[in-house]
Design a protein around this ligand. Sequence first.
Ligand code: PXP
Length: 250
Amino acid sequence: MAKNRLRLGVNIDHVATVRNARGGALPDPVRAARLAIAAGADGITAHLREDRRHIRDADMARLAAELTKPLNFEMAATDEMVGLAERLKPHAACLVPEKREERTTEGGLDVVGQEAALRPQIARLKAAGCRVSLFIEADEAPIAMAAKLGAPVVELHTGSWCHALADGEQRKAAAEFERLATGAAYAASLGIEVHAGHGLDFDSARTLAAIEPFVEFNIGHFLIGEAIFVGLEQAIATMRRAMDEGRGLA
Ligand code: PXP
């Protein structure tokens, strides 16, 4: 059977982080999004956080209006964010947990504990035409709940695996990899489209690409950091190649 090429979603949040460090308009995250698409990104991801620490409302509006590839709007499952998605109608809405004090998204969404609160938000997003994705841990209970909630997509949190790899904890990394592979297969068996993200770099993306049920990776911090040294175009081209190699297509 022909292997499917993985989609690469580029998260441009940290272009806005650099802009906001100085105030003003530069560097422009929408320019980065356009460049990323020209360099081979299949979509753009941006996370409008409650505290607006990187992406701001005006960025999201411009991204929704100007992009030629799908926009994945990452958001907390709050009335404010769902209301914005209803207005902007991005291609996809990815619900993530959000704590004001965290440095980045830590852990997956507690879909089991928040079933009642999530159900109406998911219904609103679907009614607005958004493809709803839930950012969850690769465990049986949250994946089964995602199916029960009618989510067409899950994004499995790769943070624990990537941290174990970075810290040289080989046994933990092997166990986390197994958890991702098992979770991806389980989600796919329930008819859910499976994405992955958080902390991926060239090596981890290449390794994870071998797991067939994954159809999309969303990658931000590493790519924007790499772009400082080699430029966004080359960073994305190298990531594209790593994912194709891992999938056995290059
Ligand atoms: N996917 C989701 C749901 C995220 O919350 C994040 C971080 O904002 C990413 C992907 C990208 O993670 P990273 O910036 O570590 O590549």
